[in-house]
Design a protein around this ligand. Structure first.
Ligand SMILES: Cc1cc2nc3c(=O)[nH]c(=O)nc-3n(C[C@H](O)[C@H](O)[C@H](O)COP(=O)(O)OP(=O)(O)OC[C@H]3O[C@@H](n4cnc5c(N)ncnc54)[C@H](O)[C@@H]3O)c2cc1C
Length: 615
């Protein structure tokens, strides 16, 4: 029997990250994945990043992950989201060529000698002495740790109108229920669903009546090891059009044929990523919804109409699409559909994404009830790190919600039972002004350092932090002293008046100035050379320093209590807590006071008792 340290079930976005990071710890790693489904393939819109998600991609990169590198290589259209709202909440979104993206994933993984990719369907996972036996139709392998990342495949069922077929996504077989392990692992007891729009033949679209959105050349690549502004692939445009009254009338007239409204689909869909049917009935007064026509690749014939995800019957899909400006003659190459699948109860996982009752078994990605490539990849890397550290007999690795979006997501996931698909967005983060894209390397430095690795990334990060500290010092200490010459200098550069001696950081903070451009210019004028990423981080950090300090002291008060460890077993035995609360605590097993606070149904009296007596 082949032996591995860590075996990943599934080669999607979660699985690839788990394998990639585990291999960095020098372990023997296997990915067992369904044949015919490429590594890190994109069954929905091939876009990486977005609001809140761009931060996740950069956090994955700073931890040593792959997603940012793949997006940089396969990116064909870049955008900066929330640009008008200022640096603090900006995010990068990159449309990728989905074939190139998956090809690069295959290429990167194939170059790592300690990852073996086994292209077979896993039929069972059994916990055995000191590990697990993973079985396919013709082989069994032994692994010390297993990470399950089966995405939408677990007992998957696809719906297009009245048609129903078993499958994990279009043209892909489903995963069997893996009852050998799922008889011991609790699923949510309800299924989740997600959907995707029809894919359109790009030669049948009239782009001339749509608004063009060219790639933004100022958007910065995700990986800190990529040149920030270089492009590896040819850039193309996306186009914007809109639905109208006729489009929505057709959808509303076919309500009884919609699987999500006629009872055929029982699964719960993502509230924040509604299908066009959802929009038609949720907003009856609105008929104009954005439809972004987005390329799926440079040499791919299909385009993705973002905003019209649907599981309506095929002929209805074609009918409503042809009412949209520019799509009057459109042909569909692949019809839209919805997929229903089983989901793990994440309240049974710890903060390292390990199933508490089966040590050594980890879950990550869509199987945990999340939606989105970035959410999947963010969990994949954490599950991979923890499985690896556990093989090495080291402590669990946990990211704090105070300084990472991945930390926010994982704490949200494990601290409560999910009743709908989970999606990351900035409002979930209490520390938004600090947890930005530009300062990801500063935020993640000590986390990555704790792995004790010495790769190219670690060498880069050490130098980055050295320069960061140095530049921060320069900005705090350099003074523009009043003189005719400096006054003249301020005026020539449109810096405003110089009435008193002014520190460089005070200049950068001036409201009328762009902090990054100002610092860049000042360094250039003084002949000082710093890494451009460092300059940006320091400039934006200085600009928001005051706001962050204020937000921090408020958060600190709240967080001090929330981050304190509690002993849930002690609570379950306590005579001062109600039976119902104890049941919820027993179910969720909160490790911190913050996690206890998040459990639905925990009474204020219980919280007061715990705060006063237990911690
Ligand atoms: C129809 C559809 C619509 C979607 N819509 C959206 C959307 O609107 N917005 C959004 O953000 N995201 C959407 N997604 C979700 C996005 O695709 C996922 O979030 C992301 O792919 C999840 O990554 P993952 O690694 O968890 O799982 P996946 O990418 O699904 O990968 C799972 C992997 O596990 C393998 N596998 C499964 N079972 C087995 C087994 N028994 N043995 C061996 N291998 C196995 C599969 O082959 C696959 O490689 C959609 C997905 C689908 C299918």
């Amino acid at each position: 029997m082949k032996q591995f340290d860590v075996t990943i079930i599934g080669g999607g976005h979660a699985g690839v990250e788990a394998a990639w990071i585990s291999a960095q710890f020098g372990l023997k790693v296997a990915i067992v994945t369904i044949p015919g489904v490429g590594l890190a393939s994109a069954p929905c819109n091939p876009a990486v990043g977005g609001v809140g998600k761009g931060q996740v991609v950069r956090e994955i990169d700073a931890l040593g992950g792959l997603m940012g590198k793949l997006a940089d290589k396969a990116g064909i259209q870049y955008r900066i989201l929330n640009e008008s709202k200022g640096y603090a909440v900006q995010s990068t979104r990159v449309q990728v060529d989905k074939e190139l993206y998956s090809q690069y994933a295959e290429e990167y993984v194939s170059q790592v000698t300690n990852i073996e990719v086994i292209r077979k369907l896993v039929l069972s996972i059994v916990d055995a002495d000191g590990g697990f036996i993973v079985t396919t139709d013709d082989e069994a392998i032994f692994s010390k740790k297993v990470v399950v990342t089966t995405g939408t495949f677990l007992n998957g069922k696809l719906h297009t109108g009245e048609e129903q077929v078993e499958g994990g996504r279009v043209d892909c077989q489903k995963s069997p229920g893996l009852s050998s392990i799922f008889s011991k692992v609790e699923t949510l007891g309800k299924r989740f669903k997600t959907g995707t729009p029809a894919r359109l033949d790009k030669a049948t679209i009239d782009y001339s009546v749509m608004e063009e959105q060219a790639s933004d050349e100022r958007a910065r690549n995700f990986s800190c090891l990529s040149d920030p502004l270089s492009r590896n692939s040819r850039q193309v445009s996306c186009f914007l059009t809109r639905t109208n009254q006729t489009t929505l009338d057709i959808i509303r007239d076919n309500k009884e044929r919609s699987p999500i409204f006629n009872g055929q689909i029982q699964g719960i869909g993502p509230r924040y990523c509604p299908s066009i049917e959802d929009k038609a009935f949720r907003y009856p007064e609105r008929n104009s919804h954005h439809v972004f026509i987005e390329p799926e690749g440079l040499d791919i014939q299909t385009v993705y109409p973002n905003g019209v995800s649907t599981s309506l019957p095929k002929e209805v899909q074609l009918e409503f699409l042809r009412t949209i400006d520019g799509l009057e003659n459109v042909e569909i190459l692949v019809y839209g559909y919805a997929v229903e699948y089983d989901v793990v109860d994440t309240s049974k996982l710890n903060l390292g994404l390990e199933y508490i009752d089966i040590p050594g078994l980890y879950f990550a990605g869509q199987v945990n009830g999340t939606s989105g490539y970035e959410e999947a990849a963010g969990q994949g890397i954490i599950a991979g790190i923890n499985a690896s550290l556990s093989v090495l007999g080291r402590e669990k690795f946990v990211l704090s919600r105070d300084d990472t979006y991945i930390g926010v997501m994982i704490e949200d996931l494990v601290s409560s039972k999910r009743d709908e698909p989970y999606r990351l967005f900035t409002a979930r983060n209490e520390n938004r002004l600090y947890v930005r894209e530009d300062n990801t390397l500063v935020r993640l430095y000590n986390y990555r350092r704790s792995f004790g690795l010495n790769d190219t990334l670690d060498i880069y990060l050490d130098e980055y932090i050295r320069q960061y500290d140095l530049l921060w010092n320069v900005c705090k200490k350099f003074v523009y002293r009043i003189s005719a010459e400096t006054k003249q200098y301020f005026s020539e550069n449109n810096y405003g008046p110089l009435d008193t001696n002014t520190f460089m950081f005070e200049l950068i903070k001036r409201s009328q100035l762009d902090p990054y451009e100002t610092l860049k210019r000042e360094l250039l004028n003084k002949g000082l050379l710093f890494d451009d990423n460092v300059v940006r981080t320091v400039a934006i950090g200085i600009k928001y320093e005051g706001y962050i300090q204020r937000a921090n002291s408020e958060n600190e008060r709240v967080n001090r209590l929330a981050s304190m460890n509690i002993d849930w077993q002690k609570l379950v035995e306590s005579g001062n807590i109600s039976y119902e609360c104890k049941q919820r605590i027993k179910e969720i097993r909160p490790e911190t006071f913050g996690a206890l606070q998040k459990i639905d149904g925990i009474r204020p009296a219980t919280l007061a008792y715990v705060a006063g007596n237990i911690i």
